[in-house]
Write a protein that binds this ligand. Structure first.
Ligand SMILES: [Mg+2]
Ligand SMILES: [Zn+2]
Length: 192
């Protein structure tokens, strides 16, 4: 059943944080493909969500700027992630990442809006039609700075973030990516 959306600004582009949203996070960073493990249900959720919206990833990867791993390792990690999505029946997704360490004061590291703006431009989508999903305060602040809506997931840092002032900026709080995808089952529309 496809229901006409009652929303003025339908969500067309879904931007996802990576660590703590799609895959299990580590305070030691995800430095190689072997260390990348999806959160249960997240890959199928991406495939399901691709039926109604475009999806891309926006992720801070300061481990590169800190010299902990090379961009070739990051490419291998993202190949593993996209292989998993394609094997589950989905389409490979674009990944926008900030490789800089905090001290480099770049334009793209979240909570700045640069990474999200790049992704919206790359997909020719306006902020009002974009939803960002993250697990940390800097995700919610990045969405606020980029003027798009946001959802907080309780995976990764999410349960901690839910208790911070930044949680007020989340349009919704959901258990995990699978719970967000489940919201689209009845209507075929992602509505926050
Ligand atoms: Mg995260
Ligand atoms: Zn950056």
């Amino acid at each position: 059943m496809l229901v006409e959306s009652t929303m003025v600004d339908p969500i067309k582009l879904l931007l996802l944080d990576r660590d703590g949203v799609i895959n299990v996070d580590s305070k030691h960073y995800i430095k190689k493909a072997e260390e990348w493990h999806p959160i249960a249900g997240s890959i199928n959720a991406i495939v399901q969500l691709q039926h109604c919206v475009k999806i891309a990833v926006c992720t801070n990867q300061a481990g590169i700027g800190r010299g902990l791993f090379a961009e070739t390792a990051l490419t291998a990690i993202h190949r593993k992630m996209n292989n998993a999505i394609v094997q589950a029946g989905g389409e490979a997704i674009d990944i926008y990442y900030c490789p800089h360490a905090p001290a480099q004061d770049c334009y793209c590291r979240k909570p700045k809006s640069g990474l999200l703006t790049l992704a919206m431009q790359g997909h020719q989508c306006l902020a009002k039609n974009t939803l960002y999903v993250g697990d940390s305060e800097k995700d919610l602040l990045a969405a606020l700075n980029a003027k798009c809506r946001s959802v907080l997931v309780l995976t990764g840092n999410g349960s901690k973030t839910a208790k911070t002032p930044a949680a007020q900026y989340a349009g919704a709080i959901v258990e995990n990516l699978a719970a967000l995808a489940d919201r689209t089952i009845v209507t075929g529309i992602l509505d926050i």
